[in-house]
Design a binder for this molecule. Sequence first.
Ligand SMILES: Nc1nc2c(ncn2[C@@H]2O[C@H](COP(=O)(O)OP(=O)(O)OP(=O)(O)O)[C@@H](O)[C@H]2O)c(=O)[nH]1
Ligand SMILES: [Mg+2]
Length: 210
Amino acid sequence: MKIHDAQFLLSTTNLAELPPPAYAEIAFAGRSNVGKSSLINSLAQRKKLVRTSNKPGATRGINFFRLTLEGGAMLDLVDLPGYGYAQRSKKERRSWGPLIESFLSTRPGLRAVVPIIDVRRGIEEDDLDLIDYLESIDLGIYLVATKIDKIPRHQRKLRVEALRKEAGRRVFPYSSETGEGREALFRSLLRAASIELPRDPESAGSAAEG
Ligand SMILES: Nc1nc2c(ncn2[C@@H]2O[C@H](COP(=O)(O)OP(=O)(O)OP(=O)(O)O)[C@@H](O)[C@H]2O)c(=O)[nH]1
Ligand SMILES: [Mg+2]
């Protein structure tokens, strides 16, 4: 699936400044430095749509991006500020914060949320909190374990299976570095956004044979 166009719309800490809901929205959340912005770049097939950094706290506000997909459908991607940032106050550090909560509970176009964890660190308390909250407001959850390229290939399956058991839900392994896992995640997100999938050339081939 090709992305025809990817635009940065705005960055803000004020929900009133967000664009009115126009298209399906998918939000990306996770601890600071986990790789949220990199994952958005990778999904959008752009190197520098979103600023990434090896210092935590790169994304402070809510960042809005708009994709034009193959076939013309539009999809908005929302990069949420990272939580658990060690240099903030202790109280702030524990929760993922009122800004994220207000965003998640007030956007009528929001179809799904992608909580992102580092495959090496696993699920931490803040992440569980967020997942519980998403469940409580009935939002679709697509849990991603990213930086899969950082663990040896032969350990990946076992690690992802352990995370799946711990979370009690499907885990999407991902690498923004290599693009591994992109197709599977993107297809699921499009389905969540009710965007029709382009035909899979392989299954189209076998259907024609049978
Ligand atoms: N090897 C590898 N590195 C990654 C991957 N994803 C992100 N990184 C690196 O991890 C660091 C943080 O990535 P960001 O995408 O900026 O993380 P973020 O979650 O947006 O961080 P904040 O905006 O600070 O919350 C950067 O140095 C990235 O290059 C990945 O899949 N594999
Ligand atoms: Mg970021």
